[in-house]
Write a protein that binds this ligand. Sequence first.
Ligand SMILES: Cc1cc2nc3c(=O)[nH]c(=O)nc-3n(C[C@H](O)[C@H](O)[C@H](O)COP(=O)(O)OP(=O)(O)OC[C@H]3O[C@@H](n4cnc5c(N)ncnc54)[C@H](O)[C@@H]3O)c2cc1C
Length: 371
Amino acid sequence: MNTKSNLQHIAIAGAGLLGRLIAWRLRLQGHDITLFEAGKLQPDNTLRAAAFTAAGMIAPLSEAVVSDANVYRMGQFALQRWPQWLSDLPQANLPQQNPQLFFAKGSLLVAHPQDESELQQFENELNFVVPECRNYQWLSGHEIQTLEPDLHSHFLRGLLLQEEGHLHNREFLQQLGDELVRLNVTIYENTPVEVDPHTIRALDRTEKFDLVIDCRGLGAKTQLTQLRGVRGETLHVETSEIRLQRPVRLMHPRYQLYVVPKPNNRFIIGATQIESEDRSPVTLQSSLELGSALYTLSPAFAEARIIETDTNLRPAFMDNLPKIFCSPGLIIANGLFRHGYLLAPAVTEQVLAQVAQNHTILFPNLLQPSG
Ligand SMILES: Cc1cc2nc3c(=O)[nH]c(=O)nc-3n(C[C@H](O)[C@H](O)[C@H](O)COP(=O)(O)OP(=O)(O)OC[C@H]3O[C@@H](n4cnc5c(N)ncnc54)[C@H](O)[C@@H]3O)c2cc1C
């Protein structure tokens, strides 16, 4: 419980996913928050947080297979936290046509008949990384059709990962931006900053705070030299020919594709993962690979309209795991890589515990030795 005496004047650098969440949760505790963002809160196409490019999947099982069991546990935490946090947003402000932002309908893994060994391989890897995990189910072709009738009928086996969800992330970020304004968070847009303990340095001024929290994602690279960007490309398509209830992943020996349903008959198809910090537009090869794999999920996608292509960089450390560095007057939280929506609740709660100095270590693997 915060008393007036332990409320602080806190600066947050970066209003992407982590910055917005941490600003929100600290403001709800009564802290005085100033948020500095290099771009805009509702960004255009030029400079935007990786959070706007993301597909918004919250996929602890799929991500555990490519990372570790800690990611799975933090992801389970996220599946509980997201609906609780979303219920704190004023319901009246949610879009009337699509008020729901979070879905806990699992995700579906399918493979073409000649690639079914990919599904078995996934199960083997999952059992290796998270032996205690039982929250998935093998499906027959008939069961796949019952769950997702618009998928191609040639899928004969699939895996339903019950313990996964997805979020309409752009809509959420927009709502949260509006909420920060409503809660009287002081916001400086178009203001790139550098951070030091207790200090924010912008081009035209230096300001002092009780505490600075650095959430600049890849923008922190000037000060966090071990950070790298990992390029990801997506396609956005629109069609009323297909409905999907949940994210679908196509397991393929060469292309791993997912398609995530979004409001207004839209779908995000993604994503490439390329070791490059090139932010230039989607390549022809990537768009052909994503597009043709999509078409094999259902021929009805052939008539979908490509309404957007997007490229961004995932902020990652060498081990692709998130980290929190704490020193007096400065907390740095970064490295969410491809797991931002999955891990942000755990990272946020651990940052809140550090701010409160209550010595609660919720996720010990996140905290890095200071110095
Ligand atoms: C193609 C793609 C698909 C993805 N899909 C998923 C997914 O389905 N599920 C999932 O969990 N994760 C996904 N991710 C990962 C997720 O987007 C990131 O992990 C997450 O956005 C990282 O959050 P962040 O707040 O650290 O950084 P960001 O969201 O990038 O935010 C950083 C913010 O800091 C601002 N900034 C930068 N420099 C400065 C500065 N000097 N001063 C002030 N502000 C600054 C930026 O403008 C930005 O607003 C995906 C990422 C990509 C690229």
